[in-house]
Design a binder for this molecule. Structure first.
Ligand code: CAA
Length: 425
């Protein structure tokens, strides 16, 4: 394949291929080259080096996070402002449909690349990265893996290119961890379903154009009577409710959604009748890799800030990194973050290799989110009083870390998945 060359305004773009970024004649140029992913092969052979292509994707995401997101992240968090322009830019750069086939307008990358990009964006702005994660691994991946050709053309294409944003609607007031207890109903009316109910805590709820909604069609059949429907924002009877005022990821767009007699064509059902619950579970298995990578990014972002601060701040006549109390904290952080990174990469590599990744993704999410929570608290501690004020970023990372132990399956839900897997006959 002949590499394509493009110019970019400020930084690297990724479309169907990896980007190399260089400056000549005072202008920044981008070389696009195809990715030959061999990380999954490498991990089996215990060669844990990233390929040059993976490193280029990671650096492109890092460049965007540090240069575009960082200058405004504190204000957006304070104002609970969704990063509309920044996410449009992320989409144009190819980060919103990273694993979608090129023929549907995606970037055609692997899960390892996606996890690397998620880590870099999350180091700076977890509100942006949760939007990216839901769009990539719940909505786009779910449609690509289980949608019909027509659904992919109509719905996946604009989501993969970032023209539209997607939302995944499973949780309800009475159905969080107990996801089979769906009170939202999708009554079979021949050529369409009549959708009624309420969904809670929906990421991208206010800004999305396309919603994947899980609803009960046949109560008698339990989880086998649940369907997944594609709902368009402008369908009559669909109401975007209140925006949540949250402790963390305050720049993300989290809403209650209401459905009042929404007529959804049967052609908008994903998979066979009754496939909705399994669709949600399968999709969430991949989504948990994205959230594990987000947690890893939050932890490593806090660690990098704490490390840099410890080399500057002096106490008792020397920089604080020379005090064992701080040096040992940094050692624990570095070790746990490295372990979390290996778990995230293993789960991603298994998915890329077409192997079972349910156990690995739950383990990675469980561990990485615990590391994010404990180590962001430690990063605040390393900063002392400065850690408690917004300017130093670590207090926001600490608040953002908490949700990674809750969404896409709480830590307790991950333990259900893990224990069932290791205890099965
Ligand atoms: N792949 C395929 N099928 C699966 C599956 C998977 N990973 N996991 C379960 N299933 C199937 C089972 O095989 C079973 O099917 P059969 O009866 O035909 O064998 C069926 O699904 C029901 O499974 P369980 O009996 O295990 O169901 P359960 O009621 O015991 O619940 C649970 C299991 C793991 C607790 C599940 O309910 C769960 O994951 N809950 C958490 C929900 C969640 O993650 N919500 C996140 C909301 S989205 C979000 O947070 C996005 C965001 O905003 C960032």
């Amino acid at each position: 394949m002949v590499p394509k060359t493009r110019k970019g305004l400020f930084g690297p773009c990724i479309y169907n291929s990896v980007v190399f970024n260089f400056i000549s004649n005072g202008q920044r140029h981008l070389i696009f080259a195809p990715i030959w992913s061999n990380f999954s092969k490498s991990i089996k052979e215990m060669n844990l080096e990233l390929t040059e292509e993976h490193i280029a994707v990671r650096d492109a995401a890092r460049d965007f996070a540090q240069n575009v997101l960082k200058p405004t992240v504190i204000d957006r968090d304070n104002e609970q402002r969704f990063a509309t322009d920044e996410i449009t830019e992320l989409g144009a750069l190819g980060f919103m449909g990273m694993m979608v086939d090129e023929r549907y307008g995606g970037s055609g990358m692997d899960t390892v690349s996606y996890a690397l990009a998620m880590e870099e964006i999350s180091k700076v702005d977890a509100s942006v990265s949760v939007c990216m994660s839901v769009n990539n691994s719940l909505v786009c991946y779910g449609l690509q893996a289980h949608g019909t050709e027509e659904q992919k053309e109509k719905y996946l294409r604009p989501l993969a290119s970032g023209q539209k944003i997607g939302a995944f609607c499973l949780s309800e007031p009475e159905a969080g961890s107990d996801a089979t207890s769906q009170a939202t109903t999708a009554i079979d009316c021949g050529d369409h379903y009549l959708l009624n109910g309420t969904k809670n805590w929906i990421t991208n709820g206010g800004c999305a154009g396309t919603y994947l909604v899980i609803a009960q069609t046949d109560v008698e059949k339990g989880h086998r009577g649940i369907n997944a429907l594609i709902v368009e924002r402008d369908m009559p009877g669909f109401i975007v409710g209140a925006k949540e005022d949250k402790m963390g990821i305050r720049g993300s767009d989290t809403h209650t959604l209401m459905f009042q007699d929404v007529k959804v064509p049967k052609t908008n059902r994903i998979g066979e009748d009754g496939f909705g619950f399994k669709f949600a579970m399968k999709t969430l298995s991949g989504g948990r890799i994205g959230i594990a990578a987000q947690a890893l990014g939050i932890a490593s972002g806090a660690y990098e800030l704490a490390l840099a601060y410890s080399k500057e701040r002096k106490a008792f006549g020397k920089t604080i990194n020379k005090h064992q109390a701080i040096a040992f904290k940094l050692a624990d952080m570095a070790t746990q973050i490295e372990a979390a990174r290996l778990m995230v990469m293993k789960a991603a590599a298994l998915k890329d290799a077409g192997e079972d990744y349910d156990l690995a993704s739950s383990m990675a999410k469980l561990y990485a989110s615990e590391v994010a929570m404990t180590q962001t608290v430690e990063a605040v501690q390393v900063h002392g009083g400065y850690g408690f004020v917004k300017e130093y970023h670590v207090e926001r990372l600490m608040r953002d870390a908490k949700i990674t132990q809750i969404y896409e399956g709480t830590s307790e839900v991950q333990k259900i998945v893990i224990s069932r897997s290791i205890l099965k006959d």
